[in-house]
Design a binder for this molecule. Structure first.
Ligand code: DGY
Length: 328
């Protein structure tokens, strides 16, 4: 749908179900073209309708590559992605064309840290299996048993965080309340400000020594499938593996093997490959794997703040003022 006068800058919005507070900001200032259905905009529709846009409001489900940028044409000044992750955007290509990119760090940190704890606890305390037992009669058969549905405990454990950025640190802060004995972290570089809280270690040490391995890094060429067969083979048999970053950081076949052979204890995944996961996918069938559908930032508060930040990023870029959250 289009509205407004032809003199206003044109903004393509790739979903209709954007929190209202953000839509209002955009409607007041721009001529909007909005994909009408609450599902990802089909590639063809996007390619055919993005032409001439001054700005693009997109989500992680929209692949922003050379073809798309060509289709958008030379008017495109800014891409506002309603996400902190930006692996769906061809950044070198965007930079080459001098297009600005706004994103949404900070506002989703707490929500994503909460989800990380939720899947961690669900995987370590076998919550999905427990529900299954309740519903399929398993509980009635074994009743209270000394080792029935036993899991792993955070108390006195070693927690390893891969990618100690905003979200990794928010996870650590919350896990401190569980009396974790030691925090390790690995990633691009040591953070001196964390020297009293966590030890910076190499990747192999993180895998070998952690009772819980938590992945909160960005997906980059360096982190792509870094959790591979070798990494899982280093982990302890009691290890709980948690991923709330991107599925692409994991060699999923290797993870499936590690879970099936009990090389590691369990996994809690908010992200995987592909997304959405086909109903009959092996990951949905593995007893010791908790899978949820990429809900890391899915709180009303975070999503509203993400949407408003995205709108403000676009407004700022088109009005020539500093973006609240500029990626490039
Ligand atoms: C992001 O922002 O990158 C998440 O994956 C979705 O909130």
């Amino acid at each position: 749908s289009s509205s407004g006068s032809g003199t206003k800058p044109k903004v393509f919005v790739s979903r209709p179900d954007i929190p209202k507070a953000a839509m209002k900001l955009l409607e007041d200032k721009f001529q909007l073209t909005i994909w009408t259905e609450p599902r990802p905009v089909p590639r063809d529709f996007l390619l055919q309708n993005v032409g001439g846009s001054d700005a693009l409001y997109c989500l992680i489900t929209d692949k922003i590559d050379k073809e798309l940028l060509d289709a958008a044409g030379p008017n495109l000044k800014v891409i506002g992605t309603m996400s902190v992750g930006h692996d769906h955007i061809d950044m070198p290509e965007v930079k080459k064309r001098g297009i600005q990119v706004g994103f949404t760090p900070n506002v989703l940190t707490n929500a994503t840290a909460e989800t990380t704890l939720a899947v961690l606890l669900a995987a370590s305390r076998r919550m999905f299996e427990a529900r299954e037992e309740l519903l399929n009669g398993g509980w009635a058969k074994s009743a209270w048993g000394p080792e029935y549905l036993c899991g792993q405990e955070l108390t006195d454990s070693t927690v390893g965080i891969y990618g100690m950025g905003r979200i990794g640190q928010a996870v650590m802060k919350r896990l401190k309340a569980f009396d974790v004995a030691k925090f390790l972290y690995s990633g691009r570089s040591a953070k001196p400000e964390l020297k009293d809280e966590a030890n910076f270690v190499d990747f192999d040490t993180l895998c070998k020594e952690s009772d819980f391995v938590i992945v909160t890094c960005a997906l980059t060429p360096e982190t792509k499938e870094i959790f591979n067969e070798r990494a899982f083979s280093l982990m302890k048999p009691n290890c709980v593996f948690v991923n709330t970053s991107r599925g692409g950081t994991v060699d999923q076949e290797a993870l499936i093997k590690a879970l099936k052979t009990n090389q590691i204890f369990s996994a809690g995944l908010d992200v995987m490959t592909p997304e959405p996961l086909p109903l009959d996918h092996e990951l949905t069938k593995i007893r010791n794997c908790v899978v949820v559908p990429h809900i890391g930032s899915a709180t009303y508060k975070a999503r509203t703040d993400m949407a408003v930040t995205t709108a403000k990023n676009i407004i700022a870029a088109l009005e020539g003022t500093p973006m609240p959250a500029k990626l490039c």
